[in-house]
Design a protein around this ligand. Structure first.
Ligand code: CA
Length: 750
């Protein structure tokens, strides 16, 4: 009772103090004008409450000087019920500012950031806080137009409990800027945020969090990144790019996230108590170590499939006397008490080449636990690792002899503890992470009132809609279908008079395989638009009714404005007579469009005057390519004037995993020999990062042409038959010496 009374007393006192504060006002804002009326003269203690509703084209500047006890506050009447759409953004400038509860969606920022802690150059925010915000797919419609969703400037700012999902245009999701002295040694806190799905961007510039830039990387930032949840933040090889000194990255979870936490530039960073869970997904990575005085301790890494710069653990080779923007030598790194469980790759001295020749020095790896249930040891040593002392590490598999003195090979049985992590059942084993490590709960990040939805809509996850073999019935069904729906067409012949737009995830299939024949009278049959993904099954598509002009395409993406990644699959279908004129392609991509996945399986293609897959729109060599995973399996291609796949990934950076091509068990006859096929190739692959071809039979066809560029591309061509077809041609465009492709067990009868 006394306790309650005293609490009541202090509450009353607070209320009295608040009421007495001379100028403190509470403003209810229901329009942009109402905001602008008061916004220019805000005093400490003032509160602006945005009334629930949708505000269009609202650029908010919260400016003023609050105090520690009387901040200036901007908040939603009801968190989540205030929507900022159109060309909107939020800037903060001054001292002790607080903003919370807004949702940015259905639009994009007209300036360089959606939320930024500055008014303009030199006018920054200090001791300010942004929390409980949502930014959902607030993307510039031009995917290559760069912006930040959040830019931190100034000092002592906090960005916490925000929900950021679906950044698809170029630019880092959250950037800590150190480009003036007023923003260095900033002591910012970035905590309890939910970083949701960020799709593969398809070139450099898709990082989720970056702290600093190479230019200011020898400056300390003292930024804390704590207890954030990174779910499928797949933008590029760097999820977090640390480019400054003395930061702490602690207690974060990386869930099924392709890429790594990279100490790209800057010294003296601490990486601890983080949990990486890859569930075996390709290119899920862990921690990449570069520079001086880095500490990596008590991190838990499980089920990571990444390799090379995206490995579970990568220690990079440096460049002697490195320029500021290249790679500084690893010096005095301490890597201890980490658990690496079913981590496929640990790469030491990675990147070793004529330029990156400075091996790690004065470093130590101790008390780490390595366990791989497939009994494959994960280490690859690319150079002399005598500059790393290995001590008291435990492993269930023998590690390479150069480092084995620092490892004890022991039988390990692991059990999952209450915290969800695997530990040795033998509690006397103390290597690996501490037993009291807690895993951040996803529900403790972001906001409770906004759903953390799955990344993409799966094919065939909606309703099945049956339609007759009638063009207008089909077009109507496509228009009215919902996400994930399946349109099943009755047997019969259809000629479609209009272009069919696909702007959702949709399956179109024949009710009876092969019994629905579709022709089309426009320059294309299906056009995948922004937000669309298409799966075709069991159809018979013909070009007989197509216009008699060159450059028709059965399926294409929209030529411009594809901000969302898409998927295209076709199975068990027959494609024929795309030959009414020359250069009639089966599939072509618009410039800048990006497919997460393209898959063709068990289809028959006959008489095509163009290419099957045109994925080569890049001409500027900026490394902006068109598709990540491309799979062709069990198809038959006969009399195709163009190539089967033309894939171009230019540029020299090493920020992407793809393109990744798999070609298995296909039969090609008379492919690629048309006079307009300038590449003189059945497959023309430039800069593809991984190619695997096996079990294919080429007859009277143009050769496979592979051009290796950066990123140590991997090409394997195994167990194929080349009849009256020249052998594969592989060239290295960036690296001297013989090509690195593996060509074996092929039968070649020129
Ligand atoms: Ca990058």
């Amino acid at each position: 009772m006394i306790n309650t009374l005293s609490k009541l007393g202090s509450l009353l006192l607070l209320l009295v103090l608040f009421a007495c504060s001379p100028q403190a006002n509470e403003y209810y804002i229901d329009s942009k004008d109402a905001f602008f009326k008061v916004a220019s003269d805000l005093k400490a203690g003032d509160t602006l409450i945005l009334k629930d509703g949708v505000y269009v084209d609202f650029e908010i500047l919260l400016r003023g000087n609050g105090t520690e006890n009387s901040p200036i506050t901007l908040k939603a009447e009801t968190p989540g019920k205030v929507i900022l759409s159109g060309q909107s953004n939020l800037r903060l400038a001054g001292q002790y500012l607080v903003a919370s509860g807004l949702v940015f969606k259905n639009g994009y920022t007209p300036s360089s950031s959606v939320i930024e802690f500055r008014e303009s150059r030199g006018k920054y925010a200090y001791h300010s806080r942004v929390s409980n915000m949502v930014i959902d797919n607030f993307n510039n419609p031009d995917k290559q137009e760069s912006d930040y969703w959040v830019a931190l400037y100034g000092k002592h700012n906090r960005f916490n409990h925000n929900h950021l999902v679906g950044k698809r245009n170029k630019g880092v999701t959250v950037a800590v800027r150190l480009n003036s002295e007023a923003s260095q040694e900033n002591y910012h806190r970035i905590d309890h945020n939910y970083f949701g799905y960020r799709p593969t961007f398809g070139s450099n510039g898709g990082e989720t969090l970056r702290i600093g830039t190479s230019h200011f990387s020898l400056t300390d930032s003292f930024t804390q990144v704590e207890n954030n949840y990174f779910e499928k933040t797949n933008g590029e090889v760097e999820i977090i790019s640390v480019k400054s000194g003395s930061n702490t990255i602690r207690g974060n979870v990386f869930y099924e996230a392709r890429g790594t936490l990279t100490m790209r530039h800057g010294n003296g960073n601490i990486i601890e108590n983080n949990v990486f869970l890859g569930n075996g997904i390709e290119h899920t990575g862990g921690i990449r170590v570069i520079n001086k005085d880095q500490t990596i301790r008590n991190n838990y890494l499980e089920g990571l499939g990444g390799y090379r710069f995206g490995s579970g653990l990568t220690v990079l080779n440096g460049v002697p006397n490195s320029p500021i923007n290249r790679y500084h030598q690893v010096d005095n790194a301490l890597i201890e008490n980490n658990s690496l469980i079913n981590v496929e790759h640990i790469h030491l001295g990675a990147g070793s080449d004529a330029e990156r020749s400075a091996v790690p020095i004065n470093s130590k790896m101790a008390h780490n636990l390595i366990y791989n249930e497939n009994n494959q040891q994960p280490f690859t040593l690319f150079d002399d690792m005598s500059g790393i002392v290995f001590e008291h590490n435990d492993s269930n598999v023998d590690v390479p002899s150069e480092i084995s003195a620092g490892f004890q090979t022991i039988e390990l049985s692991l059990v999952r503890a209450e915290n969800g992590l695997l530990y040795p059942s033998d509690t006397s084993i103390t290597s690996g992470v501490s037993r009291d490590l807690t895993i951040l709960n996803k529900n403790d990040t972001g906001v409770a009132w906004y759903p953390k939805t799955p990344a993409t809509v799966a094919f065939d996850s909606g309703k099945v809609r049956q339609v007759s073999a009638d063009a207008s019935a089909l077009l109507e069904a496509i228009e009215n279908a919902g996400e994930g729906d399946v349109i099943e067409i009755a047997p019969g012949d259809i000629v479609i008079p209009k272009l069919a737009f696909i702007d959702k995830t949709l399956t179109i299939k024949a009710a009876q395989p092969g019994q629905t024949k579709i022709g089309f009278e426009r320059s294309a049959l299906f056009e995948i638009r922004d937000g669309g993904s298409l799966k075709l099954q069991g159809l018979h598509i013909t070009g007989e009714s197509s216009p008699d002009s060159h450059g028709n395409t059965a399926i294409r993406t929209k030529k411009w404005g594809m901000v969302n990644n898409y998927r295209f699959e076709m199975h068990d279908s027959v494609i024929e007579n795309l030959d009414v004129n020359h250069s009639f392609h089966f599939f072509s991509t618009g410039k800048g469009a990006f497919a997460d996945k393209i898959m063709l399986s068990n289809n028959t293609f006959t008489n095509v005057t163009g290419d099957i897959l045109q994925l080569n729109t890049e001409s500027e060599d900026l490394g902006i390519y068109n598709a990540e995973y491309i799979t062709l399996r069990g198809n038959t291609f006969t009399n195709i004037d163009g190539g089967i796949a033309k894939i171009y990934r230019g540029g020299t950076d090493e920020s992407t995993f793809g393109p990744l091509l798999l070609v298995e068990d296909n039969i090609l006859s008379d492919v690629g020999l048309g006079s307009r096929n300038k590449d003189l190739a059945s497959f023309y692959l430039h800069g593809v990062q991984r190619t695997h071809m096996s079990g294919n039979t080429f007859t009277s066809s143009a050769p496979l042409v592979v051009e290796h560029t950066v990123g140590e591309p991997s090409t394997t061509v195994i167990n194929n038959v080349f009849n009256q077809t020249q052998p594969p041609k592989v060239t290295e465009l960036r690296v001297k010496g013989p090509h690195t492709a593996e060509l074996r067990d092929n039968t070649i009868n020129e």
